[in-house]
Design a protein around this ligand. Sequence first.
Ligand SMILES: Cc1cc2nc3c(=O)[nH]c(=O)nc-3n(C[C@H](O)[C@H](O)[C@H](O)COP(=O)(O)OP(=O)(O)OC[C@H]3O[C@@H](n4cnc5c(N)ncnc54)[C@H](O)[C@@H]3O)c2cc1C
Length: 387
Amino acid sequence: MGKKIINHDVIVLGVGGMGSSVCYHLAKRGLNVLGLEQFAIPHHKGSSHGETRVIRKAYFEHPDYVPLLSRSYELWGELEKESGQQIFNECGLVVYADKNSTVYRGISRSSKDYNLPLEEMGVREAITRWPVYKPDDRHSVLYEPDAGFIYSEKAILSFVNLARRSGATIKENQHVLRYDSNKQGVIVKTDTESFAAKKLVITAGAWSAYILEDLRIPFTLLRKNLSWHNAGSMHDIDNHMPCALFEVGEHLFYMFPMIDKKCVKIGKHTGGEVLQRPEQKQIVKPDQSYLEPLQNFIQSYLPEVSADYNDFVSCIYTNTPDGNFVIDIHPRDPNIIFACGFSGHGFKFASVIGEIMADLTVNGKSDLLKDFIKLRIFEKPDDNQTS
Ligand SMILES: Cc1cc2nc3c(=O)[nH]c(=O)nc-3n(C[C@H](O)[C@H](O)[C@H](O)COP(=O)(O)OP(=O)(O)OC[C@H]3O[C@@H](n4cnc5c(N)ncnc54)[C@H](O)[C@@H]3O)c2cc1C
């Protein structure tokens, strides 16, 4: 390690959605933590911005995520208590999908396997309950009452504030250039300083392909848009409006109730533009290939919402070929623990990922870490693949 004195137990590289939670969990356990983030916290250059993220438990992607979500719900509750902030809005989620689709069948299966509350209803009943959503006859409807949304940037700030209160040092505008590791620990070099610690946790989001290059995980980075649209007051969260997920042909749209008395936020989970590097995500206006299906969707299914957008942000999905996360101890270096590849559905798990990473760092294992999200061998995806 040369002459560098090891003065931290753990360095956390990347303080976004996952890294902020890791800092909080490690600092709470009394470890001496240093978080290094290349930008200000929070920022709009990665994957966790744009105010809110959907959280739901009856998981269509893979039923094995449900135990993680149960713990994640408990931990979001703890974060709310400790921070005194509302982080989770349990407004519910209504899903309009084809009864034979992966989404519909996956939600029904997870709910059955884990005995999760889920209401199944016909289109007519759904229109009576939520008249601002106008599904068509091809849709069947599911309602998950304890789903909702997380205030993502508020969550990151709360994790960081509480981590600092427990003694963590979190440095912004520190771009990590490289790290070296041996039996004694790790040395991390940023553009201005170098730091030493016993262990390094890497939560670098869309930059993981560079920081974890030796693992050769074939990520696909996708630019995604979120846009805000003027909407009628019926969409107001105070009218008990849930989040909504609409399957329309090959597209999957999601939206949030109005939280600012003015706009609803809408996103499209499918599609997206492939990026070669995260830096290519500079803010450009959404193009016709995004706007056309979005406007058709709004005009067909959301009569109280303006098809023109008021505001938008772009954001990055870091997709793995199978859409599942990759969380593990480095196979050749036990000092390094990493979590990446959150594939456009990771934020809701941030609270529990922090706990899992803290367990891996301190105990070398976590009971919640199952094989399907550990490091595994991937085929290289087709470059044109979208989520
Ligand atoms: C448009 C959009 C909508 C989404 N909707 C949902 C949803 O509804 N529900 C859901 O659960 N999930 C959703 N997701 C996914 C979720 O937001 C992401 O999975 C999650 O935010 C990823 O967190 P992260 O910590 O991996 O990345 P980030 O939050 O981007 O954090 C990575 C951090 O590492 C830092 N970093 C990288 N390299 C370095 C370096 N060399 N030196 C220092 N710092 C570095 C970055 O600056 C960044 O701050 C959505 C994502 C997008 C883009």
